[in-house]
Design a protein around this ligand. Structure first.
Ligand code: URA
Ligand code: CA
Length: 438
């Protein structure tokens, strides 16, 4: 086999067989196929696409390109969730203790934040003492004991994805649905769960800007799951404004705790209940959609989910008192309110502007090795559809460097659009895709 023939084949719109994909991907990971040939092949994929089975084969080859987690030592159907990345998205901190409290074992590896989107691992580290670096044995033992563990990535999961992503990043080939779908699903499959619930974001703050693109990505990933024999469900959800009201690590932990107490924002709460219901179905805790939703609401209301979050914090060395005393979370030294310049309805809160500004305040990483400040970020006081008065607070900014506040306040103001007349409200959840509906 020669790489040049496989590039030509894809260039001319043909499909590659499993052994041909294996030759390309493993050859590339071993350094036997050079970047220029892989880049040419990726560009051919960008223009010609791949069929469903070809994408699934590629995904499984990428998933097996490095370490894979063996979760067979955990009883039950292990279900993982994944969000394609948004702003103010604390769902993992809420959904995983909720479903664990209902018997779904969750052994989840999460990432750190990069750019304008946050990462669960950084958020967890804002809880004093919380350890995200458990050994695989500790990780599995903890899930068997309390039903839940949230850790950072260990080992080399899907190194093929790491190499391909870096290449895509510099060859204008990131936004290809077969390549995005295989990238996400290869990492999920390598992390060992039996089933997945995916949250595919759409809108101004998401990778996918249109509902049509998001649907195609959702369908492609559900199809990969089906061909890889892992039950997969996807929700296509709104990212035209931040999901929750907090953006920044400790601020988002605070919001997650408030939400687990039943005091969270409505859209965030609703999405968490829906994601949880889907996880209960995938895990076969129940076969009834309405029963799944009822169970999720019940454990939310009775505080079982909050109790499980407390157990999680304790099990991973953190100070569980934060759940009852939010002032134990890191606090920023300076705060500044952004005030409405005029009365009217909030028509827009641009999630990209909010996310990037929170990052600039120190909540996120501009580069892989930037140092972040866990205490800082933005708390929104309003959302799309609210009517506000002139001079009312739209948002509060938190920083440790007072100098950063002025510039950030001007930017955050730009994120808001205030006008007369009630705006149309986007739904929180647009669509649900299951294997049956493909
Ligand atoms: N997220 C990923 O993990 N991979 C992509 O290709 C795009 C988003
Ligand atoms: Ca099921």
């Amino acid at each position: 086999m020669h790489a040049v023939d496989l590039i030509q084949k894809k260039r001319d719109g043909q499909r590659l067989s499993r052994s041909e994909l294996e030759f390309l991907i493993t050859g590339y990971v071993r350094g036997e196929i050079p970047d220029y040939q892989m880049a040419a092949w990726i560009m051919a994929v960008y223009f010609q696409g791949m069929d469903a089975e070809e994408i699934a084969e590629l995904t499984l080859i990428m998933a097996r390109s490095g370490d894979t987690l063996d979760l067979s030592g955990i009883q039950g159907v292990k279900v993982d969730k994944h969000s394609t990345g948004g702003v103010g998205d604390t769902t993992t901190l809420i959904v995983t203790p909720l479903v664990a409290s209902l018997g779904v074992p969750v052994a989840k590896m999460s990432g750190r934040g990069l750019g304008h989107t946050g990462g669960t691992v950084d958020k967890l580290e804002s809880i004093p003492g919380f350890k995200v670096d458990l050994s695989p044995e500790q990780f599995i033992t903890q899930v068997n004991k309390i039903g839940l563990s949230l850790v950072g990535q260990t080992g080399q999961l899907a190194p093929a994805d790491k190499l391909l992503y870096a290449l895509r990043d510099v060859t204008a080939t990131v936004d290809s649905i077969p390549l995005i779908a295989s990238s996400i699903m290869s990492k999920k499959i390598a992390a060992g769960a039996d089933g997945f619930v995916l949250d595919v974001k759409v809108g101004a703050g998401a990778f996918m800007k249109t509902e049509a693109e998001a649907l195609e990505l959702a369908r492609t990933m559900v199809q990969i799951g089906q061909l890889a024999k892992r039950e997969t469900v996807a929700l296509v959800t709104d990212m035209n404004q931040p999901l929750g009201r907090a953006v920044g690590n400790a601020l988002e932990v605070k919001e997650a705790i408030l939400t687990l107490r039943g005091e969270g924002p409505a859209r965030l709460t609703e999405l968490c209940l829906e994601l949880s219901a889907e996880m209960l179905l995938v895990a076969d805790i129940t076969n009834s959609r309405s029963e799944a939703r009822r169970m999720a609401e019940e454990n939310f209301r009775t505080g079982q989910a909050l109790g499980k979050f407390r157990e999680l914090i304790k099990a991973q060395g953190g100070d569980a008192k934060v759940v009852d005393d939010l002032s134990l979370l890191p606090q920023a030294g300076h705060a500044k309110e952004v005030l409405a310049p005029a009365a009217g309805y909030v028509h827009k809160v641009d999630p990209l502007v909010i996310g990037v500004t929170a990052m600039e305040l120190g909540a996120g990483r501009e580069h892989k090795d930037s140092v972040i400040d866990l205490a800082v970020g933005i708390e929104l006081q309003t959302e799309v559809g609210d009517h506000i008065q002139k001079g009312q607070a739209l948002a509060t900014l938190y920083a440790n460097d007072r100098q950063k506040l002025e510039a950030a306040a001007a930017k955050v103001l730009q994120a808001f659009e205030i006008a007369d007349g009630k705006p149309l409200l986007a739904p929180t959840i647009y669509r649900k895709i299951t294997a049956k509906e493909l």
